[in-house]
Every structure is written in C-alpha cells, then in structure tokens.
Design a protein around this ligand. Sequence first.
Ligand SMILES: [Zn+2]
Ligand SMILES: [Zn+2]
Length: 609
Amino acid sequence: MKKFISVILAFTLIFSACAVSASAAVKTDCGGNCDKCPSIVVPGIGQSNVWALDEDGNYLLDADGDRMSCFPAIFDVKSIVFKVLVPVLLTLITQHDIGLSDALCDVVLDSFAVNLCDENGKNTGNIEVEKYPYSVAECSDYEKEQIYDNIPLQAYSEIAGEDHLYYFAYNSFGNNKDIVDELYQFIQMVKEETGHDKVNIVPISMGGSIANGLFEYYPDVVNDLNKVVYIVPALNGSTIVGDLYTKNFTFFDTDYLYNGFLETLMDEEEARMIEVIARILPDKVLAGTLQKVANCLVEDVAANITMLWGLCPKEYYPEASAALLKNKPEIKKQTDAFYKAQLNSDANIQKLVDAGVQVFNIVDYDVPLYQIGNSWNNDNADGVIQLSSTAMGVKSAIVGETLGDDYVQANTSPNCSDRTHNHISPDNVVDASTGLLPDTTFYFDAQNHEQTARNDIIISLATRLLATDDIKDVYSTDEYPQFSARRDTRDLKNNYIPTAKAVDTSALSAEDAAELAAAIKEAEDFVNGTNCYAGQQDEIEKRLNDILVKIGVWTVEEEEEPSTFFTDASLWLYDNFGTAGFSQIPFVAIKLVFENVFSFVGSLLGGII
Ligand SMILES: [Zn+2]
Ligand SMILES: [Zn+2]
C-alpha cells in the first residue's frame, strides 16, 4: 500500500506542473498528459485584426476590395479632401484660420469614428474583432499566417504542437476591463481544451498592461500559471502616451516644429520639404491649428479609450485623469481601478514569483523614443516604451550615455540569487540589479520595439523558455546571456550567404577564395549563434559585401548625391526668418533691412561724433 501511494505521489509530482486527467472536452493529442504547458500569446497594440462593418454587418471594403482595418483609424482621402478643401483655400487667401482647424477636427473624429468609445468606455464603432477562440492547430491557413506574422513561434509549435499554442486577439482601442475579463476566461478555456491545469502566458507590449489588470483583478489566476514570458511589456505604460494625455507635445514649440520635429519621424529631405511648404501659413495659424487638432484627438478620442489609458504611466495618471475625466465618472472609475493595478504591478509579479510561477522578461534598449512628447529623453527606451516600464523599474543611463566609470551596481532587487552576479550591461548603460527580476530579464542592445519579433535570438529564446525547462535564468546557458543585441538576419540568410556560397571559386585568387570562405564561415556562425553585440550584423554584412564586390559578383551601385534642396532651403528660412510664414516674410525682411540701416547709420554717426 505504501509503495502504491508513493507511486501515485511520484506520478502526481511528475505531472503536477502541467497535467490533469483528460476530460471529454479535451482536444489535445496529449490529453493534458505531457510536460509542455500550453502557451497563450497576449499580443501588442495593433497586433489583432479589427474590421469595419456596414449597417448590415457586412465587411466594409476598400477600392481594391480588401476589408478595411480599423487600426489605427480609417482615413478616407476623398472625404478628407472634400471636407478641408474650402477651409484650406479660405485660410490660404486670408492667412487666417477660416474653418481649417474645425474641418481638421471633423476629419479626426470621422477617421477615428470606428474606434470611438462612449461615456462607459465601451466601443461604439460598427466593428468586428478577428478572434481565435481555439488553438493554432484549429486555425485556418489564413489565421495561422496572421498569428505567425505577428510572432513567428513556428519552432515552438514544432516542439510543443500547434494544439499547445493560442493567440488572444483583442481590440487595442477597446475596453480595458472587458478585455482583462476575457483573457481570464480564455485561460480557463485553454485549460479545459488542452487538459492541462496550468498555462504559460506571453504578454507582449500592450499585452503587459493587460497582464497588470489580470493579476490585480484575478489574483487566483496564479494557480493557473506555469510561466509568464514577457516580451517588451508596457508594465508602466509609455511616456509617449503620458505626454499625450497631459498634452505635453514637442511640436507645440514652434521652433522645434519648424526645425527638428519632423526629422525625427521621417527622411530629412522629406521633412524639410514639409517644413518649407508649411510656411504657406503664418506660424500662429499653423501652430493654433495643430493645437486644436491635438486637443480634439486627446479629449474626444483618446480620453474615452480605456485600453489607451492602460498605457498611461502612473506618474502621469493623476494629472491627466483629473483634467480629462472630470465629467466622465464611469470611465474614471475604470481607469482608477487600472491605475491601482499599475501601481501594484511589481508587487503582483512578486506574488507570482513567490508562488513558484516562473517569470521571464525580454526587453530592448538604447533606441530613443519617438520625439512626440517632451518626456522622450527622460529614460532609456526601445523607441516606443521607456526601459523602466518594460524592465520593471530598472535604472539605466539615457541613450548615448553610460552609468559612468564610478558607478557601482546597486543590487536593490530582492530577486537576485547571488549578490556577486555582474548585472551591469557590457556597454555600462543598464544596471539590471535594479529591475524587479535581475536573474530572469534578458536585454537586447540597440533593438527597436517594432522589430522585436524579427530578432531571431529573441524568438528562439522565447521558444526555449516556453517549450523547455532548461533555461531557469540568465546564467543557465552561455547561449543566452543576460545582454545581447539587435539583429535581423533575414537578408543574410536569404541573400548574402546563398549568393556567396554559389560563387565558383575556381577562378578566384587563393587570397580572395580564402577571404570569401572566411566571410561565409563568420556569417554562418553568426546566423546560427544565439547572441551578438550591437553593430555585429553590420560588420558581417560589410565583410561579405566587400569580398563579393572585390571578386565582381556584386557591383557597387553609384549612389547619386541625394538632393539637399529642401534641407538647405528650410534651414536658410529658419536662420533668416525664424518660424515666419511666407506672407510674414516680407515684414520680417523689411524689419531686418531697417534694423541694419539703423545700426549702420548709428555706427556711422558714432564714428563722426
Ligand atoms: Zn500537453
Ligand atoms: Zn543576480
């Protein structure tokens, strides 16, 4: 009997992590009796398809017959031109805002109509969220393509089975509380369908804010979780959104608007061209119009979207909600509740850790935030989210700076298992010992947020974390150290290496043949390897490119000197006339002439007297 009990106990231990007995509804091959817990991806903003519908519930189609995506808005160029044409002409002729800003506000409301929410924070658009309430195994080819395109976890599926992978689609502009509730139900559904009593969740970017809500509103979900693998999670929002809700925009400063702002968002010559054209309006008219449109976007669109409030950092929320939600008590009730979840984010994650849930985090750094809000350079970032948000309060130097030669690791986290660990990044930018999870957070230097899923190291790391138990922390294997870097090896794999390997080396000099072979070997080692440093990919591509050019396989394309016409024009205008519009320039010029004449006459008189 004793033996029997111990056998039972042993079995229970073996399967306790993930398995329960199979029930009738179980759809997996393993019936819940395997050592791979199913994984649920909770994707980022805009990574779920939301389609616009007509009154009859049919899909709205564009001119090409494609369904119309509601993210981020539906811009109908024809109706926009129709709406703004007359006000633009009147404004140009009179050089005063004759209906232009009002027309543009109308355009904003029209374009975001499908994403508008009512005073209860519920979406009022006629839309359909494309959901997958079943495993990837049951998805159509089209659905699989949508999912794998957002997060290429095919290797995970090969190991764990597509019946162990789920994708939780949601409306990025929907209701925060409803979506958290849905995720909780989704987890229960996955447990039932797979037969497993625990799941892994993979909150990506905005998915991190949904996880905040999940852990706050459903503390018992801790019993449903095996692992949490965060990828660039917005655990304390993004300061871009904080600046949006507090209307702290960089482009409200006209000097920056006419010289610098657009260059951060697009190609310089294009940006300078827009700067020059913008001078057809007086600076006050342009700035006033922009302010009014931004106000409309914040107050009439963003203020009602509780999912977007989920991205407002806790430092900005009290001021922003007091200003924008005064007369919206129901929305404020919901966002206040979420604010609490955000304040408790670290404490709730600590509860998971204490309960034995394995929590991992994968983050990017050393890419400046888009310079839309004035807080853009307050913290290191990945282009979209500040590092302290993704890396759970970590301390770092801002982009382009280091912590300093005298910096000493602060060791403020309770979760470092050995105080002799070196948690300072090799470039001396990040002190990982100050984030909540020093031993299980992986950092990628120079990696930008939007290209995270194109970094095959990040995807293979996530796969290993989800599909196996061999990585417990950043010290488990040299293959995945704490600090690695940006890369996107698709061009190397699909172009550089195949081209180099196809070269007939018989006609090459011994020296060139040796260099080609060495360059190929280095590139293959790099592609097959699982860690790198910032800039390494460029070096490897350059080496292959150089030898392929030298042996005549590739030719150097004579690059035309890019035109700098608008850049020169815009800078000249700015230097000579500040932010003045063309109609103001004659007055500025006359003023300049007079000033010069006076100072000349003055100095002349000074000389005489
Ligand atoms: Zn299984
Ligand atoms: Zn440590």
